[in-house]
Write a new protein. Structure first.
Length: 428
């Protein structure tokens, strides 16, 4: 076991960082690095650092943080090298649990971030990095900087079971689920893949008409999938789960209009969004399949909106002063407002079509969807008892508003037209 001296120095370094005493922090790191000149000292220091990071990571989980959330904060406040260390630290901590006792969404987040245990189990990640040639001074500086971040993360809402306490999803119980990347139970991965394909095409095309068709097709697919999941849950109550939460990054600049866009996408897909501006994310609450849809569509629409906004170029007033910021903020606000209307039109059209196709039994679909919405609202009230409705900003540029609304109109989300367009492409 390592002596308490190394642990004391680790704690001292973190306190120095918290007090913004850079010189004191450097002195402690140098003292720790010097102890690593011997094999025994390196084991003691490395053990103290790794154990402290594991404890800090566990503490972050207990305060509500998930892998994607921690990494988002690292991107906001740390350098690229420290961001990689964050992934190693999280992979190391999660690797201590049986895979079936960790929420599959956590593994999926870690895989998306390209985090994994790449080092031999006989070593720690710190030892492995040292053997790759990194010097102790650099390694310890990075590790202690990450430790400070983990220890200072505030408490947020806990959206899922802690690692080690989750129960296996139905598909995992059947033996079909791996650690990362598997779709949540009863979410059709084939549909999600088709949605990703359509949105990728919408983002890459330079033709507005094609982008319209691809985006509309994606929303129509997601709307039908949401309806199918609701019907499945009604027929097989044990097949469905209650509402869950997912945090999605909302970064500056123009975070207010971006939050409006996420709200619009969430609302159109039977979800609610609560914005935590200070930490740079929105928490979307809804059923799992709808959460997948919201994250995919919001990410794509944001790419498309930014592309169109930047294509408009800069703006000046009659005195030659820049009004680009006001123009772009107004553009994105109008875009979010109009896109929300369009998405709801597609969802309503798909719901009406499903009701008509099901005949007399289809009349039960509307109250079923309403009941699911009530469940979502109740969950929001439970998790966010003091949530307030707040404006995300005012429109200060009339031209930006009109151009943004026109851009959203050109991205008209007509589900029937999208299906016709997709059908022509398949036949072609």
């Amino acid at each position: 076991m390592h002596s308490s001296t190394e642990s004391d120095l680790v704690a001292l370094a973190v306190r120095a960082l918290g007090a913004r005493r850079a010189r004191a922090f450097d002195d402690v790191v140098v003292a720790l690095a010097q102890r690593c000149d011997t094999a025994e000292g390196a084991r003691a220091v490395g053990g103290a650092v790794v154990e402290s990071l594991r404890a800090a990571t566990t503490g972050a989980w207990e305060r509500g943080w998930q892998p994607a959330d921690v990494h988002r904060m690292a991107v906001r406040g740390l350098g690229a090298d420290e961001q990689v260390v964050v992934l190693d630290v999280m992979a190391d901590e999660l690797d201590r649990y049986a895979s079936t006792t960790v929420d599959p969404q956590w593994w999926s987040q870690l895989e998306t971030l390209q985090g994994a245990v790449w080092w031999p189990r006989s070593q720690t990640w710190l030892d492995a990095r040292r053997r790759r040639g990194a010097d102790w001074l650099t390694l310890l500086t990075q590790a202690l900087t990450v430790l400070h971040l983990l220890q200072t993360l505030p408490g947020i809402e806990r959206l899922s079971p802690l690692p080690g306490t989750a129960t296996a999803a139905p598909q995992a119980a059947a033996g079909g689920a791996g650690r990362a990347g598997s779709a949540p139970a009863h979410v059709d991965s084939r549909i999600l893949e088709r949605v990703r394909m359509l949105l990728a095409k919408a983002e890459s095309t330079t033709f507005a008409a094609e982008a319209e068709t691809f985006t509309a097709g994606a929303q129509a697919l997601m709307a039908r999938h949401s309806i199918d999941l609701a019907l499945l849950s009604a027929r097989e109550p044990d097949a469905g789960e209650g509402p869950r939460g997912r945090r999605i990054g909302i970064e500056t600049p123009y975070d207010g209009p971006k939050a409006s866009l996420l709200t619009a996408v969430a609302t159109a897909n039977h979800c609610r969004m609560v914005w935590t501006r200070a930490l740079g994310f929105g928490t979307v609450v809804g059923f799992e399949g709808d959460l997948e849809s919201v994250e995919l569509l919001f990410t794509s629409l944001l790419v498309q909106a930014n592309t169109r906004m930047l294509a408009e170029g800069s703006r000046e007033d009659h005195r030659g002063r820049s009004r680009t910021r006001a123009f772009r903020s107004s553009f994105l606000t109008a875009y979010a407002h109009r896109i929300g209307e369009r998405l709801r039109e597609v969802m309503d059209a798909e719901t009406d079509a499903a009701v008509s196709a099901a005949g007399p039994q289809g009349q039960a679909l509307v109250p079923l969807l309403a009941a699911r919405t009530e469940e979502v609202e109740a969950t929001v009230g439970e998790w966010f008892p003091s949530v307030r409705t707040k404006s995300t900003g005012s429109v200060r540029d009339a031209e930006g508003w009109h151009v943004g609304r026109a851009a959203a109109d050109r991205a008209s989300l007509d589900g029937a037209g999208a299906r016709a367009g997709l059908g022509r492409r398949r036949r072609g």
